[in-house]
Design a protein around this ligand. Structure first.
Ligand code: LLP
Length: 432
């Protein structure tokens, strides 16, 4: 199937049992709409698989994929922890009522303010990325007379098959302590037996939108190679191992993702193999999925405006959003699938390319999409926009950010208001 959503008797696309055309009329476009029951299913696939395997685990939602009060409240309801990478994400998580002990802070250049906010609130874990950060952390912990749990982020030197910009585990990466040149071990030596830093274990994240489980298993193998040495040399065994996120989802029919429980099962299997071999107790396993929790649960609705036919070349249709609400096609050449939501039951007779409305030739959302005949005012639904859509939205050309609606049990609820032009001018000051 092209997408997981229903079509109603009017031939309109539905989400969560509601007519997308009615949602577009009620809230305007562009509009992000999430099926909350799908988000919950994704959360539960991860959490329950660990439970069924009898493995102590923390599933932390990577809130960079989509952070807002409402989505984090859903994560709280589902019992997930939350991974944040900035003071803004940390502040949002605290405001959403996520227990501080379930918040993990990431970042390759954490500021003093970020670290201080984390320390003052006694968050669950700081994932330390570099030596400068260790220095800052030591100073701040002493200043605030606090202790904190820490993981060391290591870079296993794996090239994951994904776009270069979302590759993070390779040797030449801005993230983490490299393993092959002794940096990781040096950080370990510095933090082991620290009086204020409670060193819990290792973290690694090999990249994003990855389908091949062998990449994750490779990361496990590399981590355990190091851990075997640390066990020999220092008699060390980790309490926690965090394997990050990156589990791939389906955007178009070119993608063939595997069910979420399989990622967990394969990860746990390979960890079990190593701990048995090394005669170690099973550590707590943490993961940080973002995209695989919210990605496929979100769609974006747009209104079709102008069209341009270049005979023998291409049919353009332009919509009322674009790279301001979905930067991924322009930034990563990411591919998306869509349908004309008010004609979802009709056969496709045309091929169009969907342009945004920014003053930028690269502002194209979809190339070569099969559709029925197009009329001005049609509603286009683009699928799998739930991750890194709203969170990477921007105000280029002074477009206001679109609204976000949650749908659950056939009830729709506005959870992020549409930005107004007043909002856009909020920080502008006069110079006359
Ligand atoms: N943990 C760490 C340390 C990460 O760096 C990331 C993503 C995640 C977890 C979550 O990865 P996910 O499960 O969502 O794949 N803006 C890009 C993705 C950047 C991902 C950065 N790190 C995109 O739109 O594809």
């Amino acid at each position: 199937d092209d997408h997981p959503f229903q079509i109603n008797e009017k031939g309109h696309l539905e989400i969560g049992g509601l007519d997308t055309i009615e949602l577009a009329e009620k809230y305007g476009t562009p509009l992000y709409v999430y099926d909350v029951s799908m988000i919950r299913e994704n959360c539960r696939a991860f959490v329950q698989t660990f439970q069924e395997l009898g493995v102590r685990a923390q599933v932390a939602y990577a809130s960079k994929a989509f952070s807002s009060i409402a989505i984090l409240q859903v994560m709280k309801q589902e019992g997930l922890s939350v991974d944040v990478v900035s003071e803004g994400e940390l502040y949002t998580a605290l405001q959403a009522g996520i227990p501080a002990g379930k918040i993990h802070l990431h970042g390759n250049n954490k500021s003093i303010d970020e670290l201080a906010l984390a320390i003052k609130n006694d968050i669950g874990c700081i994932v330390v990325d570099n030596f400068y950060e260790i220095d800052l952390l030591e100073k701040l912990l002493a200043e605030h007379n606090k202790e904190i749990d820490v993981l060391i982020r290591v870079t296993p030197g794996i090239n994951s098959k994904t776009h270069q910009y979302i590759m993070t585990g390779n040797e030449d990466s801005k993230f983490g302590f490299n393993m092959h040149n002794g940096q990781a071990e040096k950080a370990f030596q510095q933090l082991q037996n620290h009086d204020r830093i409670r060193f819990k274990g290792l973290h690694c994240h090999i990249g994003s939108q990855i389908f091949e489980t062998d990449r994750f298993i490779k990361a496990v193998d590399i981590l355990f190679k190091e851990l075997a040495e640390w066990k020999n040399q220092y008699n060390y065994t980790p309490e926690v191992l965090n394997f990050g996120g990156g589990f791939g989802i389906k955007y178009t029919n070119e993608d063939s993702p595997i069910p979420l429980n399989l990622y967990v099962e394969e990860l746990v299997n390979s960890i079990t193999f190593h701990i048995q071999k090394l005669n170690m107790p099973m550590p707590e396993i943490w993961i940080e999925p973002g995209r695989s929790i919210v990605g496929n649960a979100g769609i974006t609705l747009y209104t079709v405006g102008s069209t341009k036919e270049i005979p023998g070349v291409r049919n353009y249709i332009a919509v009322d959003g674009g790279m301001t609400d979905n930067l991924r096609p322009a930034l990563y050449q990411a591919k998306y699938h869509g349908v004309i939501a008010n004609k979802a039951g009709l056969p496709n007779t045309k091929e169009v390319s969907v342009a945004g409305k920014c003053c930028e030739s690269g502002d194209m959302l979809i190339w070569d999409l099969a559709t029925p005949e197009i009329d001005h005012g049609d509603i286009l639904a683009v699928f799998s926009t739930g991750a890194y859509g709203y969170s990477m939205a921007n105000n280029y050309n002074r477009f206001s950010k679109a609204a976000v609606v949650f749908v659950e049990d056939e009830v729709d609820k506005l959870i992020v208001k549409r930005e107004t032009y007043k909002d856009i001018l909020r920080n502008d000051l006069s110079y006359e």
